[in-house]
Design a binder for this molecule. Structure first.
Ligand SMILES: Nc1ncnc2c1ncn2[C@@H]1O[C@H](COP(=O)(O)OP(=O)(O)OP(=O)(O)O)[C@@H](O)[C@H]1O
Length: 348
């Protein structure tokens, strides 16, 4: 098969599909019964804290590690049985590319392409030039890789994944270790790949990154897939976890009324007055420079069956002097933290 031939995926609507995918290292279950469904044409974020099983899953998808159990289909074909048919259609960047620092970017790509049994030598130079252009490295093609910034090295790794036309690009933590500029460059590149119709499967532990780039996401936690869907679907799932936040001086009375409505509250005294970090509910009503004497912030999960306006009405009818009221919609971050039990690094 020639390197420019792309494995057909027409019959499947999913670029990647797994069922019951499992990987055991001795006693440790690194990946536990994962059912992934990555729609064709999506930019699919594969989220999870460190050690949650993302890299192990990706390695199995690409035939780099064998599964203990379960089925994998990539571009509509069974893996690893159809590896030789599937791999030419897949470009991947996993765990940082290994480049020779004393060779130029172009020479490194020539070497890597020559080592690829599927790649035709006749078109190598043109394909290397095109891939370097694709990632914006034409100007640095002749520069030794040791003089590349991290962002440039990462883009060179992506250029390596783009040495042939691909239906699917798999990137494992492509912005890891990059400065903000490098991160922007890589994100921009991912978006432009997606705009050409390539399915991009990208793992990250950065939630904000996934929110900026992706159409879909899946969340891994402790080897299990705990959520997947479009970002909107995931946000909707989060909205069932909306909270009401009440600022009032009559804490006990407000607390009793909320509990009677089925909203047993958390209580934070005097927003802005206490030492230590503010909770998100406290932040809502914190007034810098004021220690809000006598005021209390109460917050409670809002069940779908209760309308926020009924909560205010009940508080007022019960004689609570409500000074502040808000409904906080859960963000994707709240949902993911709730799902994984771990905080995400949300910077960048
Ligand atoms: N070759 C291996 N032998 C034994 N255990 C392993 C091996 N590879 C991974 N693990 C374990 O499997 C679990 C999942 O690791 P994995 O690297 O897939 O997670 P990850 O989500 O990609 O995390 P990170 O973002 O840190 O790479 C971890 O507990 C890890 O220690």
């Amino acid at each position: 098969m020639s390197a420019t031939a792309v494995a057909p995926a027409a019959r499947g609507e999913f670029a990647i599909e797994t069922s019951g995918l499992t990987k055991r290292f001795g006693k440790q279950l690194a990946v536990d019964g994962v059912d992934l469904a990555v729609p064709q044409g999506s930019v699919f974020g594969f989220l999870g804290p460190n050690g949650s099983g993302k890299t192990t899953t990706i390695r199995m998808l690409l035939g780099l590690a064998s599964a203990t159990a379960g089925d994998i289909r990539v571009l509509g074909q069974e893996m690893p049985r159809r590896l030789a048919t599937v791999l030419p259609g897949v470009g991947a960047l996993i765990e940082g590319p290994g480049f020779y620092p004393f060779l130029s970017g172009a020479s490194n790509l020539h070497r890597l392409d020559a080592a690829d049994g599927f790649a035709p030598g006749a078109s190598r130079s043109a394909r290397v030039d095109h891939a370097l252009e694709r990632v914006g490295l034409t100007h640095a093609a002749g520069k030794k890789v040791r003089a590349y910034s991290l962002g440039m090295k990462q883009r060179l790794g992506i250029a390596n994944a783009l040495l042939a036309p691909r239906e699917l690009i798999v990137l494992d933590e492509p912005t890891n270790g990059l400065d903000p500029q490098g991160t922007r460059e890589v994100r921009h590149l991912i978006r432009s790949l997606a705009s050409e119709g390539t399915t991009v499967f990208v793992s990250s532990h950065l939630l904000a990154e996934i929110e900026q780039m992706c159409t879909h996401a899946a969340v891994m936690s402790g080897g299990r897939l705990v959520a997947q869907g479009t970002l909107d679907e995931l946000r909707l799932a989060g909205q069932t976890r909306a909270r009401v936040v009440v600022l009032a001086p009559d804490a006990q009375r407000a607390s009793r009324i909320l509990a009677d409505l089925g909203l047993p509250p958390d209580i934070d005294a005097a927003p802005g007055g206490a030492n230590g970090p503010l909770s998100p509910a406290e932040e809502l009503f914190a007034r810098p420079g004021s220690d809000s004497p006598g005021e209390t912030v109460l917050s409670a999960a809002l069940p779908e069956s209760v309308a926020p306006e009924d909560v205010v009405a009940a508080l007022v009818a019960g004689g609570v002097r409500v000074r502040g009221f808000a409904v906080q919609q859960a963000s994707l971050e709240d949902l993911f933290v709730a799902l994984t039990g771990e905080g995400f690094d949300v910077v960048q």
